[in-house]
Design a binder for this molecule. Structure first.
Ligand code: PLP
Length: 405
């Protein structure tokens, strides 16, 4: 027998497979609603104008070299990134108890955060994390990789195509005290369903009462509502209430820097002393995994965050992206309800937020869209609003109408 005979063939990643099938389809009106990246109205990737500008600045800066960054990353980047998510006047930052480490985008932040908890969280029982049902599918593998067993808590209610608030609160209440809950900071992937402010407050109450630990995943700040502060509201509120937590941050979507892998992990312990000890251990973990993070993307983001004029330009670019997505939601909703008079209630299309929308259609209906109309989406009925534009939204609405009748 050969050495590698026992290696089983793994299935291809479903999203990347969907994209490959879409690419090989020669039908002119084909639509890709599986994409997890922003597209402009011509279905093209969009380099943010502010990113183009800072690119030029970096390329022409004679002081830029290719030395290693420190283990925990570019200090002016991580400090600005912490301010962005926690708020410039965050008491936790003032009290010097925020530990920020540059990571390989949001995925790397999730990994480092999970690895850190696996090693250092005071587990009372088995190492377990509660993930929303459903969640970004990669969460399962990320936690399993570091020996933490994923469990799920109710989140999405198919009957209302909205939040299963009672179920969510119920699991917070019934979980053993000091459990770890992964919560999406905003623009929940894949459902597009977020708690309201009042619901967030009650969630924080129960989390505090049960002394749970919150693992915030923030991959869409600004991209959801178009406003950076608004999309950070839940995180800032939880910090203000003194919830023990960490935050995984990504600049993939809101800066369109998908391939540059710019992210950060922020751990917010109650004291500066704890922060120092945590930082020392995160450095040890980071050193053994990647030695030090990549420099280029962090330099780009640092320039944007630390220059008031560039920061304003970035906010404008974010509003362009979020605005186009919100417009698509409105247009799709209008087509379904007014033009096609599609059976059912479609208000969730405009109530949901962020790049993704759970349409509420079945697996069979999703498959029918692909087979009959060359419209590619995951079989859970999730569509990426970024894949819709003024040229294809009518075609999509018409075919969605057909499959639900
Ligand atoms: N977390 C969630 C919920 C996501 O949707 C994504 C991307 O799709 C990520 C994290 C991480 O993305 P990246 O590693 O590209 O920053």
């Amino acid at each position: 027998a050969e050495t590698w005979d026992s290696v089983p063939l793994a299935p291809p990643d479903s999203i990347f497979k969907l994209t490959a099938t879409y690419k090989s389809d020669t039908f002119p009106q084909k639509v890709n609603l599986g994409v997890g990246a922003y597209r402009d109205d011509d279905n093209k990737p969009w380099v943010l104008p502010v990113v183009k500008k800072v690119n030029e600045i970096l390329l022409n800066d004679p002081a830029v070299d290719h030395e290693y960054l420190p283990i925990t990353g570019l200090p002016e980047y991580t400090a600005a990134a912490a301010k962005l998510i926690l708020g410039a006047d965050s008491p936790a930052i003032k009290e010097e108890r925020v530990v920020s480490v540059q990571t390989i985008s949001g995925t790397g932040a999730n990994h480092l955060g999970a690895l850190f908890l696996s090693r250092f969280y005071q587990w009372d029982g088995p190492k377990q994390v509660y993930l929303s049902d459903p969640t970004w599918i990669n969460h399962f593998a990320i936690f399993r990789n570091v020996g933490i067993e994923p469990l799920t808590y109710p989140y999405y209610d198919p009957k209302t195509i909205g939040l299963d608030y009672t179920g969510f609160i119920g699991s917070l209440e019934s979980a053993t005290p000091r459990s770890v809950f992964l919560i999406h900071a905003c623009a929940h992937n894949p459902t597009g369903v977020d708690p309201t402010k009042d619901q967030w407050k009650k969630i924080a109450d129960v989390v505090l009462e049960k002394k749970h630990y919150v693992f915030f995943d923030s991959a869409y700040q600004g991209f959801a509502s178009g406003d950076l502060d608004n999309d950070a509201w839940a995180v800032r509120y939880f910090v203000e209430r003194g919830v023990p937590l960490l935050i995984c941050q990504s600049f993939a979507k809101n800066a369109g820097l998908y391939g540059e892998r710019v992210g950060a992990l922020h751990v917010v312990p109650p004291s500066k002393d704890a922060a120092n000890r945590i930082k020392s251990q995160l450095s040890v973990l980071q050193r053994s995994e990647i030695s030090n993070p990549p420099a280029y993307g962090a330099r780009l983001v640092s320039l944007i965050l630390n220059d008031p004029a560039l920061f304003e330009e970035w906010k404008r670019d974010i509003r362009t992206m979020a605005g186009r997505i919100i417009d698509m939601r409105k247009e799709l909703h209008e087509l379904l309800t007014e033009k096609f008079k599609t059976p059912g209630n479609w208000d969730h299309i405009i109530n949901q937020i962020g790049m993704f929308s759970f349409t509420g259609i079945s697996t069979d209906q999703s498959l029918a869209l692909t087979e009959k109309a060359h419209i590619y989406l995951t079989t859970n009925g999730r569509i990426s609003m970024a894949g819709l534009n003024s040229h294809n939204v009518h075609y999509f609405a018409e075919n969605l109408d057909k499959v639900v009748r």
